[in-house]
Design a protein around this ligand. Structure first.
Ligand SMILES: [Zn+2]
Length: 284
């Protein structure tokens, strides 16, 4: 036997907590929540329930059987979705320029930069850029809320923190269309259900692949998770380096910008914020 240093003990403890979380998530009996159908059903207006609270019958969201829940019964629990969760508005989508117009615009920018779009090395660049935009800005084609629809409804008493940290993301600032990239950390206390961990990463990706500010993106992630999962609390933290700061303007490299959103339990209780930040910071 040997004495472990404190830092290892902490690491081990966190690793165990994560193992336990994984095991808990794997053992969940789950089913589709039929949110697709229920969202299409007429919604009960928010004014119909006092304080916007869920009906008393489903207050704690725990169910003891796997019987399907009629859509009508769960429909009132579905919150109005934030507008940001939706893909690009139809008006903008239909007004999009053609591929040829996009490539012509790239040629214009190449000339504006001072180069010759007709030289050999640049001849295919407009086509490549237009194609790359499809991926870099693919978030406009996705509805973030759809990703969370498969909610693991039953949590079998698991109501402690669910934390997914170090989710890498690449985005572009909306001011300069220059990349910023970093890590996202998301934590929540489940009440009505939890989602597959990779789904949270895809929500981050959906918002990252749009023109963004870091502050807006942090709030959008919190908004969509909040409206679908109705957690008791949610914490979102983004840390990123902005190349528009590193390459132009003040030209400071290695500066990271941190943005946070604390909702519910995390907003009301400073200890919860400390717990979140400790779990995020103490890395193996
Ligand atoms: Zn910028």
């Amino acid at each position: 036997m040997y004495a472990k240093p404190d830092s290892n003990t902490m690491t081990t403890r966190i690793a165990r907590a994560e193992d336990a979380m994984d095991a808990a998530l794997k053992s969940l009996s789950y089913r589709l929540t039929e949110t697709e159908d229920s969202r299409m059903a007429p919604k009960t207006p928010d004014t119909a329930r006092p304080n916007g609270s869920a009906p008393a019958a489903s207050l704690n969201g725990m169910r003891n059987d796997n019987a399907p829940v009629p859509a009508a019964e769960i429909a009132p629990e579905i919150a109005p979705l934030p507008a940001s969760a939706k893909r690009v508005p139809e008006a903008i989508a239909t007004g999009r320029p053609s591929r040829e117009e996009a490539e012509a615009a790239v040629r214009t920018l190449l000339r504006w930069a001072g180069d010759d779009p007709n030289r050999e090395g640049l001849r295919d660049t407009p086509a490549r850029v237009a194609k790359a935009y499809g991926q870099l800005f693919g978030g406009y084609e996705q509805d973030a809320d759809k990703l969370l629809e498969r909610v693991f409804e039953e949590v079998e008493g698991y109501s402690d923190i669910v934390l997914v940290r170090d989710i890498p993301f690449y985005s572009h600032c909306e001011h300069h269309m220059v990349p910023f990239m970093g890590l996202a950390h998301i934590a929540y206390y489940p009440t009505k259900g939890v989602v597959g961990l990779s789904k949270l990463a895809r929500v981050v990706d959906t918002f990252a692949r749009r023109l963004q500010t870091q502050e807006t993106m942090t709030a959008q992630i919190a908004d969509v998770i909040e409206s679908i999962l109705k957690p008791r609390g949610i914490a979102v933290m983004l840390e990123a380096e902005h190349l528009c700061m590193a390459m132009r303007g003040v030209q400071k490299a290695g500066v990271s910008t941190i943005t946070t959103q604390f909702r519910g339990a995390f907003r009301n209780d400073a200890n919860e914020q400390v717990r979140f930040l400790t779990l995020v910071r103490n890395k193996p």
